[in-house]
Design a protein around this ligand. Structure first.
Ligand code: AHG
Ligand code: MN
Ligand code: MN
Ligand code: MN
Length: 346
């Protein structure tokens, strides 16, 4: 649809946030939180685009709490997110893939929201210039929690504050850094996508009230089949049925698409339909993806768009995290695709 003169400048993220606030869907504190996160995403988008010419590719030379070799951009993106959230004055605690434990924001800047995030998702792709992203979720505090690092008792309380089920999420979203930079978010009232217009440095509404396709969608499955031999039998049978069932029923079999960045694979699934999965296997029974800042925020989005997020046996948003970096098997996509998958894992 072409933009008429009356609409120019009216469909930026900030205008959308003000409209949500005026409608009472969010309060001004949340609007500030989301605007700060959008600022972090703009900065990361610029860094990702210039990584190869700004000496920001390659390893940082440290390992994170996940046991992963941190990329330079993992570390830098984490700092950008932390600084933007701290500067917002609305954040009390942050939990990040790249922080061993939750980080309390010093009292002078502290607010009432908890933000959990994966500052750079799919970072194994960064040196190859393939799509990467950031993922975030926002909770309210269950209790006042100001942390100083050496106070074990306070830190323990802080962890319980952060470890909330996805059902408690007030907002969640992701930003994909790809052929376009798209910020997709929900505040619990539908899913909205904003594309960064680099010519003016603003996110502009480009995907209004997103809904994942149902059976009319594309037959796409997105798994790292390199782990097939370690999958449980039911899952192997499911995978075989995707590849042969179509042909037997005379319909087109499924297509395989796997970017290796959850954000990229998720965004395509949300737009085209299908299923993405990172199952558990005999080596890693809980799979690879982290519940708190990958699976739960993405599951809030997919449910708001009419899809499902599951471990294969349990709804993701119902799970009570026991620790910040806990992993869960993850399947997400069109409702009928997840239902079909779950029927093999009974
Ligand atoms: P991160 O880069 O934040 O550690 O996440 C990577 C995840 C996810 O983005 C992606 O779907 C998955 O790892 C890919 O894992 P494999 O390379 O094992 O397929
Ligand atoms: Mn990582
Ligand atoms: Mn990730
Ligand atoms: Mn990451």
């Amino acid at each position: 649809a072409t933009t008429t003169t009356t609409e120019y400048g009216m469909n930026t993220l900030n205008v959308w946030l003000l409209k949500q606030e005026a409608a009472g869907t969010i309060d001004s504190e949340m609007a500030i939180m989301l605007s700060s996160i959008a600022t972090a995403c703009k900065q990361i988008s610029s860094m990702v685009t210039r990584a190869a010419i700004a000496d920001m590719t390659g390893l940082a030379g440290a390992e994170n709490v996940q046991g992963e070799d941190q990329k330079k951009l993992d570390v830098i993106s984490n700092e950008v997110f932390c600084n933007c959230l701290r500067a917002s004055g609305r954040t009390s605690v942050i939990a990040s893939e790249e922080e061993d434990t939750p980080v309390g924001v010093e009292e002078t800047y502290a607010g009432n929201y908890i933000c959990v995030f994966d500052p750079l998702d799919g970072s194994s792709n960064i040196d190859a210039g393939v799509s990467v992203g950031s993922i975030f979720g926002i909770y309210s505090e269950t209790e006042q929690c100001l942390v100083d690092d050496d106070d074990e008792e306070k830190l323990a309380k802080c962890v319980t504050n952060v470890c909330q089920p996805g059902n408690n999420l007030l907002a969640s979203g992701y930003c994909m850094y790809s052929s376009s930079c798209v910020l997709v978010l929900t505040v619990g009232d539908g899913v909205y996508g904003f594309t960064l217009d680099p010519s003016m440095g603003e996110f502009v509404l480009s995907h209004n009230n997103m809904k994942i396709p149902g059976t009319e969608g594309q037959k796409i499955y997105s798994f790292n089949e390199g782990n097939y031999a370690m999958w449980e039998e039911g899952l192997q049978n499911y995978m075989t049925s995707l590849k042969t069932g179509g042909a037997e029923q005379g319909s087109k079999p499924y297509s395989a698409r796997y970017i290796g960045s959850l954000v990229g694979d998720f965004h395509r699934t949300l737009l085209y339909g299908g299923i993405y999965g990172y199952p558990g296997d005999s080596k890693n029974p809980n799979g690879k993806l982290r519940l708190l800042y990958e699976c739960a925020p993405m599951s809030m989005i997919i449910e708001q768009a009419g899809g499902k997020g599951s471990t294969g046996r349990e709804r993701i948003l119902d799970i009570d995290p026991t620790e910040v970096h806990q992993r869960v098997p993850y399947f997400v996509g069109s409702k009928h695709e997840i239902d079909y998958l779950e029927s093999f894992l009974k």
